[in-house]
Ligand binder design. Sequence first.
Ligand SMILES: [Mn+2]
Length: 526
Amino acid sequence: MDRPVTIPRPHRRQASSGSNSAYSLMSVEENIALRLIKQHADVEDTESSPASPEDNYGTGSTGKTYFDEGGYVSGDKRDKDPYVRNRFNQAASDILPSNRAIPDTRNAMCRLKKYDEDLPETSVIITFHNEARSTLLRTVVSVLNRSPEHLIKEIILVDDFSDNPEDGASLRAIRKVRVIRNSAREGLMRSRVRGADAATAPVLTFLDSHVECNVHWLEPLLQRIKEDPTRVVCPVIDVISMDTFQYIGASADLRGGFDWNLVFKWEYLSHAERSARLSDPTQVIRTPMIAGGLFSMDRQYFNKLGKVWQCGGSLEIVPCSRVGHVFRKRHPYTFPGGSGAVFARNTRRAAEVWMDDYKELYYRSQPLAKQVDFGDISERVRLREKLHCKPFRWFLKNVYPELQVPTLENSGDAHVIRQGPRCLDTMGHLVDGTLGMYPCHNTGGNQEWRFENGLIRHHSLCISLSPEDRVTAVLAACDPTDDAQMWRRQGEIIRHAKLDACLDASRPALYLDQCDQYKFSQQFSF
Ligand SMILES: [Mn+2]
């Protein structure tokens, strides 16, 4: 995924644009991030000093907590199958203490960083709907125990009409916790706005309800906002295993981006960007988009906000801030009105308000979106005018030059490469990753391919051969001078241009085999 050498100017479509985005982004996030991050999870230096068990939570000198954790957690609903309620292993979470130690996953240089004493304090806003009690409690306790006492003004839990009101209400007993309960299901964005309206600290920090804050996660975020209140900052999101609840450090070499379908995706930083970061891995990463689950920002800025980048702000990932998150395969609950409909509506609203003529590229990528009702956007358009936000063209040029903008002539249409009900899929892998066949979802994403001068491209990645066995197909940074990346389509088969062999999908990972046009696993339709 090497790119031009420009310093990355991230931006991203952000979660906080009023009624616009994020519920739907999150379900996508949970899909994609899992694979990407896990693949790189071994890269980072995870010197495992257990997080120091500070005690702002309040077990006090007696070692006994004033809050009856055991009673709270055991009062939760359980199913025989521990995955049924949350799509993660609730039993594995329930047996872990709320204040368990986790490894300090930051780069070692982060430990030398000094932050101002007088950082602004924050209100932490956690929205939830039918969260497992043990994960919700651990989220709260990790905030209290791993943040400097004077920086946490309050923790606002917004219960988005969970089945059992006591899931949230019981937590009022914990210091600094306030609970707001919706009287009907509102969805993520409206719940967050409710939390923000109730907040009293100058900085808002939004967290998911199944996370664990790591040591010194908060100070680097607040420092950036103190220096410039138009920054929206987020931590590196570590991985909490949905099966074992093991806490795994994720690579900091990722940022957020999107394709013309406007679906959030993780992107590996280019080689140039990674090289530039080697001398100081604590530098922030400017990102075109953030995942939307975890971030901090100035409260006043939140209240007047449009699209962050276009309206003069910036989006950053702060590598010295780490928060673990339970990534799941999909959301355990349905969105109000059905997830697909909500996503299409929100995305279309964003496109109509913010993308100017470029919205046509979105409609070209997602033709069905044109049939979705997007409601009244006049207020958002007025906001955009009032804030003198910049055109989308500015954003593409200055913040996200890596996004390829198809011109009308060079439509270079992306296709799926289909075999029966399944389509060729990057499986979320990056350079050196294998490819597989996955049920066609017809939404582009990891199933989008272009044939171009012998290359088979997925954005800046091309299908190549493993340098080790020269048989397994792998992804590589596109290089038209690399013979290994050259292919020829012959009827339904895909023949390697230099070797007398064809792509075959009869194993989990695509590989080269003797060409046989009658073999189903070598027949692809485009
Ligand atoms: Mn989540």
